[in-house]
Design a protein. Structure first.
Length: 239
């Protein structure tokens, strides 16, 4: 699955890479390590406004949630959307027609399990510093307060060879879009078969990964720092 993401570039670099401008550029700061379970705001580009970068909360809240308590509980389970089930699952199926989005990234984190120990990796692309995951989004309005929350989920698929080795406990990976697929994913007239063709593992030859330190899971230090991305070797993995 994909619960930890990174976006360590300036808003100017994001605007240039995705041919879009920030709606709120000064509300954005580079994110070295973003933990989805904090439900933080993250830059996305929606099918409705394909030339604007907006900040949505990670953890999709369906519009039909009746209360804020229900919404808060729901988003714990919607950080990711399993691509094989989005066509039938109530949380996501209504978003497929017009509520698709790009979730911007410079790389993501996953853990390998060996001998009951977990080793963190940072994974990125060889060909480009910035890319996008396939996402779905929705807008929830709290009927009691009128508060509006825009939120998203990252789609996942089965792992390619690299991610099978790293994420060896579940063998899943996020749906990474090629540059050509990014604009296709935002088109309003996509048919179901077109969507299914995109929801596949990314080309393993264009991916790279290395181990990082356990700073990423530290309870004493802030993991949202540049140091979290530094390569770190584990003797037991190199023997």
């Amino acid at each position: 699955m994909c619960y930890h993401n990174s976006l360590n570039k300036s808003f100017q670099e994001l605007e240039a890479a995705f041919d879009a401008h920030f709606a709120e550029p000064f509300d954005y700061k580079p994110i070295f390590h973003g933990n989805g379970f904090t439900f933080l705001k993250w830059p996305v580009i929606t099918a409705e406004q394909p030339h604007i970068i907006q900040l949505f909360h990670w953890g999709l809240i369906p519009f039909w949630c009746k209360t804020m308590d229900a919404a808060q509980e729901m988003r714990k389970n919607t950080l990711n959307a399993v691509s094989e089930t989005i066509f039938t699952k109530p949380s996501f199926k209504h978003c497929l027609k017009h509520q698709r989005c790009l979730v911007l990234s410079s790389g993501f984190f996953e853990w390998q399990t060996l001998n009951k120990k977990k080793y963190p990796y940072f994974i990125s692309l060889r060909s480009r510093e910035l890319f996008a995951f396939a996402g779905l989004y929705d807008t929830f309005t709290d009927k009691q307060t009128g508060e509006v929350i825009q939120s998203f989920s990252i789609l996942t698929t089965h792992a390619n060879v690299l991610m099978e080795k790293i994420h060896n406990s579940r063998k899943r990976m996020p749906v990474i879009l090629s540059k050509n697929q990014e604009r296709q994913w935002l088109q309003q007239d996509m048919e179901e078969e077109d969507v299914r063709q995109i929801l596949k593992p990314y080309d393993v030859d264009d991916m790279q990964a290395y181990t990082i330190s356990r700073l990423i899971t530290s309870r004493l230090q802030d993991s949202n720092t540049f140091e979290v991305l530094a390569p770190f070797s584990y003797k037991e993995l190199t023997d």
